[in-house]
Design a protein around this ligand. Structure first.
Ligand SMILES: CC(=O)SCCNC(=O)CCNC(=O)[C@H](O)C(C)(C)COP(=O)(O)OP(=O)(O)OC[C@H]1O[C@@H](n2cnc3c(N)ncnc32)[C@H](O)[C@@H]1OP(=O)(O)O
Ligand SMILES: CC(C)C(=O)C(=O)O
Length: 557
């Protein structure tokens, strides 16, 4: 095998043993096709004795995926298809029934060899176990050329007995000896030592492939698998996303990307097309319903995401500062500089540039201040949030009216009321309160009383820019200059009345609504040469003492 490591994928067998991960036959077939395209050498398709459905799924995979090379598959050969069986004739027959139509079928049988398992689970002596291995491996060999044998719980098996077991299995016809750390008990030095011990003590070990199969109970599955490979194993049994019994199996993507990323250290290759890893990971997650944790190595949503300003600045200067693999190498389109409360100007301005905006100097400072204020309230700031902020920032050249304050009262207990405080083109601050059918209507009436531009509201739309209770709301309005001759328009062929658009964004949707309305009103005022008739004090309707006081104070200023 030299420096080639065979990737044996057991997502459909051990992976499916994850509580709740049961997949339908058609999902399994689709995943098997994806695994084949990914370039795995071996697919353990199931445990046919477990149920008629399992048998049917294994058979379908053997017939479809195990016979023809799939388009796009790195190797021209179809993968080997494996069926798992206890060391019993019935299980072996069922497994053979499942896989026999594959071009490269392989029967995998196993029997526990640790004293603990033999005594309490199998209730068999060492001698009985050795005899059963000899008998059942030989029986399997009578059906199929390729036989994999696993001494279950090898990680806790007495090494001397393990060598005896493996010797018996080779003599009976096994072609692959798989060494499982069934309960994820060993540490990397111990597991590497077990594999080295096997190479040093089992006769004819060079005539078979030595395989490793680790579980992740202590989070050591990948480390143990790599230790086994460094000790000479040339097959790694893995699952996509590391799913499997209890804490799972070794994850395919971690082993493959370690061998690829640290190539000079390992000097080993696999047949995996790593650019498909992310896609297959998502497919398995969807089929099993097992969500990939965001910080999962290689395929987690955050594996190529950077949130803090110092890291983002480093990444913008040189990608190797904080990334040891390129995202494209695992099929992620690009590094994700997540904008959040820890981000700095460098990342914000890079994101804005990518979105087609260029801000620098005080304009960037302004957007940055608003971005930070938003990021303090939101977990993440998305492009859509930025768009809304920018549209809010890039308003009319002159802000004739500026919102200085807004107070609304609404609900089921009384009349919706809004008090609006605006700085007007003459520099004075005016306050007006109004009632309406709802808080927005009340606020717009209050704005109208101060702005009095003779415009009709044509359209009002509100949408949540992003998801969640803390999402930014974006309001878009369109207003049209009022036609003084409305109703007798046919007799007047004057110019069409102009329409002005305004948007506003805020986590408070009433504030966003007023900002949008004022934007549009400001454009109208600007378009009419900045003309504006200040309302007489008679026009100001006062609804409370507080507002009266506010009006008085605005007059005083
Ligand atoms: C480490 C691993 O991942 S091993 C693979 C685990 N996968 C599965 O178990 C697949 C799903 N399993 C099943 O559907 C069922 O367990 C079946 C159909 C295989 C067996 O069901 P049952 O016959 O009802 O047996 P049950 O599951 O209750 O008990 C397992 C029996 O197999 C025996 N057994 C366990 N491992 C082996 C083995 N490798 N070879 C032979 N017998 C074994 C046990 O000692 C026990 O025998 P007993 O009933 O005489 O005490
Ligand atoms: C069947 C064997 C290989 C197994 O899954 C284990 O021991 O974990």
């Amino acid at each position: 095998m030299g420096n080639y490591v065979r990737i044996f994928d057991t997502t459909l067998r051990d992976g499916e043993q994850s509580p709740g991960a049961t997949m339908t036959s058609s999902e399994k077939l689709e995943i098997a096709k994806a695994l084949s395209r990914l370039g795995v050498d071996v697919i353990e398709a199931g445990f046919p004795a477990a149920s008629p459905d399992d048998l049917a799924a294994v058979r379908a995979i053997a017939e479809h995926v195990g016979r023809e090379p799939i388009e796009g598959r790195p190797s021209s050969e179809p993968p080997s298809i494996v069926g798992l069986a206890r060391a019993t004739k019935g299980d072996i027959d069922a497994a053979w029934e499942g896989i026999k139509r594959a071009k490269h079928p392989c029967l995998h049988t196993f029997l526990s060899t640790s004293d603990l398992h033999m005594k309490h689970k199998l209730r068999m002596s060492r001698e009985q176990v050795l005899a059963k291995i000899a008998e059942q491996v030989a029986y399997a060999k009578s059906l199929c050329n390729q036989i994999e044998f696993s001494p279950e719980d090898a990680g806790r098996t007495d090494p001397e007995f393990l060598y005896q077991v493996l010797d018996v299995a080779i003599r009976a016809g096994a072609t692959v000896l798989n060494i499982p750390d069934t309960v994820g008990y060993t540490t990397p030095d111990e597991f590497g030592g077990i594999i080295s011990g096997i190479f040093a003590n089992v006769p004819n070990i060079d005539s078979v492939i030595v395989s490793v199969h680790c579980h992740n109970d202590l989070g050591l599955a990948t480390a143990n698998t790599l230790a086994g490979i460094r000790a000479g194993a040339r097959q790694a049994e893995v699952t996509i996303n590391g799913i499997g019994e209890r804490a799972g199996n070794t994850s395919l993507e971690e082993v493959v990307m370690t061998l690829a990323t640290r190539a000079p250290k390992f000097n080993l290759t696999t047949g995996i097309d790593t650019t498909q890893l992310t896609r297959v990971s998502r497919m398995v997650s969807t089929a099993t319903g097992i969500v990939v944790q965001p910080n999962k190595a290689v395929v987690g949503a955050n594996a190529f995401a950077h949130e803090s300003g110092i890291h983002q600045d480093g990444m913008l200067k040189h990608e190797a500062t904080y990334e040891i693999m390129r995202p494209e190498s695992v099929g992620v389109t690009q590094t994700n500089l997540v904008l959040g409360k820890h981000s700095g100007r460098a990342a914000l301005s890079a994101r804005l540039n990518a979105m087609g905006y260029s801000f620098d100097g005080p304009a960037l400072d302004r957007v940055f201040a608003r971005f930070k204020a938003l990021a303090d309230r939101r977990k993440q700031v998305h492009d859509a949030d930025l768009e809304a902020l920018i549209h809010d920032e890039v308003g009319p050249d002159i802000e004739s009216f500026q919102l200085e304050g807004l107070l609304v009262g609404c609900g089921t207990m009384g009349m919706p009321t809004a008090t609006v405080r605006l700085r007007c083109p003459d520099g004075k601050v005016r306050v007006h309160a109004a009632v309406g059918t709802g808080p927005v209507d009340a606020a717009y009436k209050a704005v109208d009383a101060i702005v009095s531009t003779n415009a009709d509201l044509l359209e009002f739309t509100i949408r949540s820019v992003t998801e969640g209770i803390d999402a930014l709301g974006e309001v878009a309005v369109r207003i049209r200059e009022r036609d003084e001759h409305e109703g007798v328009r046919a007799q007047h062929s004057g110019p069409e009345k102009r329409v002005f658009h305004g948007t506003g964004a805020d986590t408070d949707i009433i504030v966003a609504s007023v900002k949008a309305y004022l934007r549009a009103q400001n454009k109208l005022v600007q378009a009419t040469g900045g003309e504006w008739d200040a309302p007489s004090s008679r026009d100001v309707v006062v609804h409370s003492e507080a507002v009266q006081a506010a009006v008085a104070s605005s007059r005083a200023s």
